[in-house]
Design a protein around this ligand. Structure first.
Ligand code: PLP
Length: 435
């Protein structure tokens, strides 16, 4: 490390021992960085190619008001998304407010009363439980007479093909596959594994719609689930594809039929995709998408760095320091509340916004134990920005993600290590460990 940079770390409250330890780990990961740079190089060109092909122009960045008929920028952006995901069509709008909303839209518009939804990969993301009606909720699919079936993953994380085959019946209309582990301990699914699962399902029932919840997975591989047979991929613009700039939004990309259904539900039957003013969202949508491959790569680097730092100190980490990555989330288990709290406070202290705030655990609505969250984000609640949170309950794990720049991610992890050392949670002579 350059002497000037080292001095800067010191000025920012990082002890030279902590700094040297982190740097040693960072240096040991050069091969991983090269791999990730190659990934983002490919995805960067994929995005530029789609933008050039669709003749993105200055006029596309302007946006419309009122009804938003003939919104050139909106229509072009949707074609750009469709080309990146290699799908027939896409719906990318500020009116679909977040990932949950986009997923709900996809489900509610493509299922009809009497249909059944199947998740062959276990329990879906928390917020979808109420959409589906697993937890009773106003307006859920269940209220509309749409049933739900679930097949859990096997103990080793594999697909339970036998049970999946049995679960598919004459009512099964849509299969939802969550790519990221989210806040569970199961492995994240690679695009290749998703492809295997879709092929298996289509062999049993070809007309079933295969949807992938793509949240946190975009641009972490060269391919997307729509390249391996998914009829519909759905995600949040406040995560990877928004590149940290999109201030709101969700996207759907997929078969024309599926997207038309969603558009008619988002606006109104008859109006469909023809209305929906883009206001001032298009500039950040385009620019965020342009930055997304590189921002996602930075978040991947931060996650790998965190895994290797904490694994080397003897903590359990998922994924581990060596595994390939299919999303940007990193879990670290501390085994005690103090570790979770110190980690989150360290992340907060590294933030460019609200860096002076000290987060504390609190009883958040909807959770059965206190939760601590660190987020000093430019876009409120954005988890492509450096952030961490953890429920205060055994096994006391923290979930860490994001980092618009790898330098920020690296600094954030250095800060967490500093905090843990200061609080005596990490053994005194940690820096003497043989790496
Ligand atoms: C974040 C997330 C969602 C929900 O997205 P929001 O933008 O937070 O509403 C759904 N599924 C998965 C796997 C997620 O990670």
């Amino acid at each position: 490390m350059e002497a000037l940079t080292e001095k800067m770390y010191q000025d920012m409250g990082i002890d030279p021992k902590v700094c040297a330890y982190g740097e040693k780990i960072w240096d040991s990961l050069k091969d991983r960085w090269a791999e990730i740079d190659a990934l983002s190089e490919y995805n960067q060109m994929k995005v530029i190619k789609a933008m050039q092909k669709n003749k993105v122009s200055e006029a596309c960045l302007l946006g419309t008001t009122g009804y938003g008929y003939n919104d050139l920028g909106r229509e072009t952006l949707e074609r750009v998304y469709a080309d990146i995901f290699h799908t027939e069509n896409a719906l990318v709008r500020p009116q679909s407010t977040c990932g949950t909303h986009a997923l709900a839209l996809a489900l509610m518009s493509n299922l009809r009363p009497g249909d059944e939804l199947l998740s062959p990969v276990g329990k879906p993301y928390d917020t979808l439980e109420e959409v589906i009606g697993i937890r009773p909720s106003r307006g859920s699919l269940k209220e509309y007479g749409i049933s739900y079936r679930q097949v859990d993953l096997l103990g080793d994380g594999g697909f339970d093909f036998e049970a999946i085959k049995e679960a598919i019946n004459e009512k099964t209309r849509l299969v939802t596959i969550q790519r990221s582990k989210g806040y569970q301990t199961r492995p994240t699914l690679s695009v290749e594994r998703i492809g295997e699962l879709i092929a298996f399902i289509k062999k049993i029932k070809p007309e079933v719609i295969c949807m992938v919840d793509n949240c946190y997975g975009e641009f972490t591989q060269e391919m997307e689930p729509s390249d391996v047979g998914a009829d519909l991929v759905v995600g949040s613009l406040i995560k990877n594809p928004g590149g940290g700039l999109a201030p709101i939004g969700g996207y759907l990309a997929g078969k024309k039929e599926c997207i038309e259904n969603a558009a008619c539900r988002l606006t109104s039957p008859g109006l469909g995709r023809e209305v929906g003013a883009s206001l001032h969202a298009l500039g950040p949508f385009y620019q965020g998408l342009f930055l997304a491959p590189s921002v996602t790569a930075n978040a991947l680097k931060a996650a790998i760095f965190a895994a290797n730092v904490y694994e080397s100190l003897g903590f359990s980490v998922v994924p581990n320091g060596k595994e390939p990555r299919y999303d940007i989330i990193q879990a670290v288990t501390f085994g005690n509340p103090e570790g979770v709290i110190a980690f989150c406070q360290g992340i907060q202290q590294a933030a460019p916004v609200d860096g002076y705030v000290t987060p504390e655990p609190w009883d958040m609505p909807g959770y059965d134990s206190p939760v601590i969250m660190a987020a000093g984000a430019f876009v409120s609640g954005s988890s492509i920005e450096l952030s961490a949170d953890g429920p205060i309950r055994p096994p006391y794990s923290v979930y860490f993600q994001g980092g618009l720049t790898w330098q920020h991610g690296k600094f954030g992890i250095m800060k967490t290590l500093q905090k843990l050392v200061e609080k005596g949670i990490i053994i005194k002579d940690f820096d003497k460990r043989n790496l």
